[in-house]
Write a protein that binds this ligand. Structure first.
Ligand SMILES: Nc1ncnc2c1ncn2[C@@H]1O[C@H](COP(=O)(O)OP(=O)(O)OP(=O)(O)O)[C@@H](O)[C@H]1O
Ligand SMILES: [Mg+2]
Length: 364
């Protein structure tokens, strides 16, 4: 009995704290949401049912609301106001229990992504063929080229595209891929060091030659995979014991090689051929381990043809205006959610915001 006393005391204390504070939290949430006008037609405010830790991401709290029939889209429209009202940074919002609950995944507003995150070699993923881009509040942001073969990267000037592009290429090389780069910006972004390990081309005829070779390699692989009865580069390498390299073609400003305005007939023909080769790789490259990483800063929807764009499923956009954001992500979120002075801050097609790793040439 005497031993049980402290336990009773502890439980009693905990219950008291719960009674004192939790209803207050609920009431506070209700008042705050009322004050920003998040109500249904009858004037009812969402009710906070519980807050719990997200087991998969210990920093994240899940706020579970009875949504009083207020659709998720309306919550999304009020995202910034909800963040201010509840003093949180929202990571995502989803329905729960059918559509009667809304789950708000959030961290305290004081927790934010750092402005600089330095790359370390230990971040290199051991998995084939996973590349790491940076970190969101949920943890590392990665892309597996074996599943999503091509990357479209957008952002206005100074947003951090070239740094991110080079971060990805550096990892791809460390993982044994062969990298090809089209650089029409005069080599400033790719100092001579890059020439050592990748093939860089600086002008259009050379580029057409390079892409023609890549398409020929694609056709060759198609043939040998068919003969070996394999459907992908990984299964081919595994069953034959060969080690075919993944091939990655990167272009830092793809609008330069796709924009035909002002070109004479001869150049137009050349550019059309370049576009045709890129399109073939975009459509068929996945199984054969041939990938595209294309970056652009131009807010012009007509520049990237549908055939190419529709096959670039991994979309990333840095600081951008609403037109560029719409071209890359099909929504204006990059313009709305990424601060104007942010560098290396990107938004993923699935709504994840992340800080890309900062990487310097010396890391090569
Ligand atoms: N991940 C990052 N973390 C912090 N700062 C970064 C990051 N990436 C880029 N920056 C900063 O932003 C500057 C511009 O980056 P970068 O050259 O990659 O931009 P960009 O989008 O390629 O611009 P442009 O379109 O003009 O080529 C860099 O010099 C650096 O100071
Ligand atoms: Mg650049």
């Amino acid at each position: 009995m005497t031993h049980a006393f402290p336990v009773y005391l502890l439980l009693g204390g905990a219950a008291l704290i719960y009674l004192l504070f939790y209803p207050f939290g609920k009431r506070m949430a209700k008042d705050q949401l009322q004050s920003i006008g998040l109500t249904n037609h009858a004037g009812m405010v969402p009710e906070l049912l519980r807050k719990k830790r997200d087991k998969a991401h210990p920093r994240v709290t899940i706020w579970e609301f009875r949504n009083q029939s207020i659709p998720l889209a309306e919550w999304e429209d009020n995202r910034a106001a909800i963040e201010a009202a509840l003093d949180i940074s929202i990571i995502k919002m989803t329905y729960g229990k059918g559509k009667s609950r809304v789950l708000v995944y959030a961290v305290p507003a004081q927790i934010d992504l750092p402005e600089i995150l330095c790359w370390k070699d230990k971040y290199l993923s051991p998995e084939s063929f996973v590349l790491v881009l940076g970190e969101s509040l949920l943890g590392p942001v990665t892309v597996n080229l074996a599943h999503i073969p091509h990357i479209l990267l957008g952002g206005s000037t100074g947003s951090g595209k070239s740094v991110l592009l080079k971060l990805l290429l550096m990892q791809a090389m460390k993982k044994g891929a062969r990298v090809y780069i089209a650089d029409f910006k005069g080599g400033v972004d790719f100092p001579p060091l890059w020439n050592r390990d990748c093939r860089i081309c600086f002008e259009e005829t050379d580029l057409l030659g390079l892409l023609t070779d890549l398409v020929a390699e694609l056709e060759r692989r198609k043939e040998i995979f068919r003969t070996a009865g394999c459907s992908s580069i990984d299964t081919y390498n595994k069953s034959t014991g060969e080690s075919l390299q993944r091939l990655i073609f990167a272009c830092d400003e793809v609008a330069e090689v796709l924009d035909k305005t002002g070109a004479d007939a001869e150049r137009k023909k050349l550019l059309a051929q370049i576009e045709n080769r890129l399109s073939t790789i975009a459509r068929q490259g996945r199984a054969f381990g041939i990938h595209l990483i294309l970056a652009t800063q131009r807010p012009d929807a007509s520049i990237i043809p549908g055939q190419i764009r529709n096959n670039m499923d991994f979309r990333v956009c840095g600081r951008a205006d609403s037109v560029l954001s719409s071209i890359i992500l099909d929504n204006t979120d990059a313009a709305d959610l990424i601060p104007k002075d942010a560098r290396g801050r990107f938004l993923l097609h699935d709504g994840t915001i992340f800080q890309a790793y900062w990487f310097e040439e010396s890391d090569l």
